[in-house]
Design a protein around this ligand. Structure first.
Ligand SMILES: CC(C)(COP(=O)(O)OP(=O)(O)OC[C@H]1O[C@@H](n2cnc3c(N)ncnc32)[C@H](O)[C@@H]1OP(=O)(O)O)[C@@H](O)C(=O)NCCC(=O)NCCS
Length: 174
């Protein structure tokens, strides 16, 4: 890692996002989102972005959260509330974007951003609004990363072969 000092907080208008590197061209949409859309989405309350940021305000990792829901397709049983299993959709927060600058990968920033998000969801949302799951559409390359953080792949036929696979975390189990 080029330098080790960073901390986590919400994205601010003056943060530097232009130097963010995503590497592989398939990750370019993540960079485009950070550089062109994240601040506007935040101001418009469409999605909130939290960043790992250096002392000189360079974003080196980010996670974007938005409201969502999950269709468990009978692939998971909510054991402590059987009535909930009768609903097609259950409440969730979606990890809409997550990326760490290539120069800082493998140093724990991705998992720290996820832990931060889960703590935020539990403390601020679960406590005040019904919300049981965290969901994400994981690129196949990122499935193992999410599994290490406790996420599971939805066990449904169509979910095994798509480019983006639905993964979820039951907040009552962490
Ligand atoms: C996926 C990503 C966010 C992980 O961030 P990171 O800071 O490099 O991850 P961490 O250092 O916190 O890694 C945590 C653990 O996951 C593992 N891991 C990280 N990326 C992985 C990957 N792509 N495949 C398998 N394991 C991975 C690490 O080895 C580490 O394992 P350990 O705890 O046993 O040591 C980062 O690689 C990235 O930005 N990738 C490109 C964009 C992307 O795929 N985003 C995901 C949403 S689709």
């Amino acid at each position: 890692m080029p330098d080790s000092g960073y901390y986590l907080r919400k994205l601010e208008a003056s943060d530097t996002v232009q130097n963010f590197k995503t590497g592989n061209s398939s990750f370019l949409p993540l960079k485009t989102f950070l550089q062109k859309q994240a601040k506007q989405f935040q101001q418009s309350s469409i999605a909130q972005t939290y960043v790992a940021i250096t002392g000189d305000k360079r974003v080196i990792g980010f996670v974007t959260l938005t409201c969502s829901e999950i269709d468990l397709q009978n692939g998971y049983d909510v054991a402590d509330c059987s009535q909930a299993n009768g609903y097609e959709f259950l409440p969730a927060v979606k990890i809409a974007r997550l990326a760490v600058d290539t120069r800082y990968r493998g140093c724990g920033i991705g998992s720290i951003l996820l832990d931060y998000s889960i703590a935020l969801i539990r403390d601020r949302i679960v406590e005040n609004v019904g919300c049981r799951f965290v969901v994400t559409d994981a690129k196949s390359e990122a499935v193992r990363f999410y599994e290490k953080q406790g996420f599971v792949l939805l066990d449904s036929e169509g979910n095994q072969s798509t480019e983006h696979r639905l993964m979820f975390l039951d907040l009552m189990t962490v």
